[in-house]
Design a protein around this ligand. Structure first.
Ligand code: ARG
Length: 480
């Protein structure tokens, strides 16, 4: 017996049943579903669309079902197609006639939109919390490494020296954009859909504002067709998840590289590595590799959602039931990855001496030599050309810039006097780059102070003042 039977006798082909049944996954929406139903029932009583006693009976029945679902004693039945029908079927079984009135002025189409929005709002908050935890780890680590010199790369070739603190703070800002992206997404998700019926509203005098207040939404939706047809908020959330994973994958890739014998910049704590079944010496960075790998999976979730929604005519279509598994998968993966990343980073052993040694190798101080010449009046383009020649000669001889003698330097230009040896120092090169946003220790400390201010600000303040993106870009944030 199907809850919706009437127009047909409710029988469906066994294979069709396996396609239509969503209970195995939408059971995760039970809290949101029942909270939504309680608010709807309260409103039906308040507006006297049903009798206030009936409303109270329904609410008590729903609270009992919620408790059963929480403690695992709820009994699902074979014919329960989804979480909505399971709850309504159990309510009618428990309280009888009044239970049949719950669905007055409501459709599963606006109901599922409500469940999904509530679930997404809670998920957004959870992901934002996890982002903050990881950001805190990054800020703490960066604070310990403002003078830990390491090579900066472009094209994965040695470029100029930076510090580990500066490098890690780059990830703080990526995550800050992720956090504010979720705040933007939250704003568009925070819309109460209930009351629009299946697609065309309802003639009952429903009080949508009442339901909005009951459930704590910011506003109600404006158009009944759009309300039941819209899954933009799911796509936005999964898209935000994809970017978070993309950022984590870049950090993971660096941890994988840095833990190779060739780099030896970092040693990951044993708990975040695994061995090989054959090679006894192996310690593999599997956790980092898997976060990197799962980025593909979450991106697949996003693509899948976009393909599902593409070209769907208005309003609700059953295709949209496919949104749930993709949303659950993407957001579960993001939460797990953020959690692992926080503890993996917090316990990693960074090898400053290896990084420092690598930092001046590979001619990373060539720009500083050019800057030295510019300081003595040579136009930058000429300085760049001359230093390029010097590097080429050194490379041919297999030596570093530091190995050139004072005579050899001055042989290239009289401007290259003995003071050049003071320039050939990575600490000095980093300290000189004290432009705002640069790697000089005091600048990184400035970044860290700004980051700590962001982490301690109340999120609602950041969102309500509309300054979250301003802080994210740090353009007008007062410099401490
Ligand atoms: N399980 C459905 C979904 O997730 C609920 C809505 C069903 N509506 C309908 N008209 N069949 O989308």
């Amino acid at each position: 017996m199907k809850l919706w039977q009437g127009r047909t006798d409710g029988r469906v082909d066994e294979l069709v049943n396996t396609l239509t049944t969503s209970l195995p996954f939408d059971v995760r929406l039970f809290r949101e579903d029942i909270e939504g139903s309680i608010a709807h029932a309260r409103m039906l009583g308040f507006t006297e669309i049903i009798r206030p006693e009936e409303s109270s009976e329904i609410i008590a029945g729903l609270e009992c079902i919620l408790a059963q679902m929480e403690n695992g004693s709820f009994e699902f039945e074979q014919d329960d197609e989804d979480i909505h029908t399971a709850v309504e079927r159990a309510l009618i079984a428990a309280i009888g006639e009044a239970g049949k009135k719950l669905h007055t002025g409501r459709s599963r189409n606006d109901q599922v939109a409500l469940d999904m929005r509530l679930w997404c709002l809670r998920r957004i908050a959870a992901i934002q919390d996890s982002i903050k935890k990881l950001q805190t780890v990054l800020v703490d680590l960066s604070g310990q490494h403002v003078t830990t010199i390491m090579p900066g790369y472009t094209h994965l070739q040695h470029a100029q020296p930076v510090t580990l603190g500066h490098h890690l703070m780059a990830y703080f800002w990526m995550l800050q954009r992720d956090w504010t992206r979720l705040a933007d997404c939250r704003f568009r998700t925070d819309v109460m859909p209930l009351g629009v019926g299946a697609l065309a509203g309802t003639a009952y005098p429903l009080d949508r504002e009442f339901v909005k207040r009951e459930l704590g939404f910011f506003r109600i939706s404006e158009n009944s067709l759009d309300t039941v047809a819209d899954r933009d908020f799911v796509i936005e959330l999964v898209s935000a998840c994809t970017l978070i994973m993309t950022h984590l994958s870049r950090l993971c890739e660096e941890l994988v590289l840095w833990s190779t014998w060739e780099f030896r910049f970092v040693e990951l704590e044993d708990e975040y590595t695994t061995g090989s079944s054959m090679m006894p010496q192996k310690k593999n960075p599997d956790a980092a590799e898997l976060i990197r790998g799962k980025t593909g999976r979450v991106t697949g979730d996003l693509m899948s959602l976009l393909m599902t929604m593409k070209a769907l005519p208005l309003a609700y279509n059953r295709d949209m039931q496919e949104d749930k598994e993709r949303l659950f998968d993407a957001s579960d993966t993001v939460l797990a990855s953020l959690g692992v990343m926080s503890s993996m980073l917090a316990t990693a052993h960074f090898r400053g001496e290896r990084m420092a040694r690598a930092a001046s190798a590979g001619y990373t101080l060539a720009t500083d030599v050019a800057d030295f010449l510019v300081g003595k009046g040579m136009p930058f383009r000429d300085a760049h050309h001359l230093v390029g020649q010097i590097v080429r000669d050194c490379a041919a001889q297999g030596i570093e810039l530091e190995e050139l003698t004072v005579e050899e330097w001055s042989g290239y230009s009289p401007l290259l006097d003995s003071a050049i040896t003071g320039v050939l120092n990575a600490d000095h090169a980093v300290a000189r780059r004290c432009v705002p946003g640069g790697p000089a220790p005091e600048e990184v400390m400035d970044q860290i102070a700004c980051a700590r201010a962001i982490l301690s600000a109340r999120p609602c303040f950041l969102v309500s003042k509309g300054i979250s993106s301003m802080i994210a870009s740090r353009v007008t944030w007062p410099r401490p």
